[in-house]
Write a protein that binds this ligand. Sequence first.
Ligand code: ZN
Length: 91
Amino acid sequence: MHAEAIALYKALSEGYTKIQAVGVTSDDDQIKPLCGACRQIYMYVNPMTAIFVFGKDKKVKLKVKLIDTMNIRILVEVRSLKVWKSKALSL
Ligand SMILES: [Zn+2]
């Protein structure tokens, strides 16, 4: 189970039901967005959740609405951060 899922379950178990955003960090040089399984469980709670992906330098590298990452056309195009970036929104 990934940290993003655990964070969501922990928040829900403590009564936080209005999930607005999730942040993803990594010490890796490559930026790591939410995986498909984690995005799916966040979809059940709030499809409009904002996803913030931070780089190794702790700066926001990507911000996108969860619902926009579920677009099948986007997933089929390329499963890379480049596509995510091209679809990123200004939140
Ligand atoms: Zn995950």
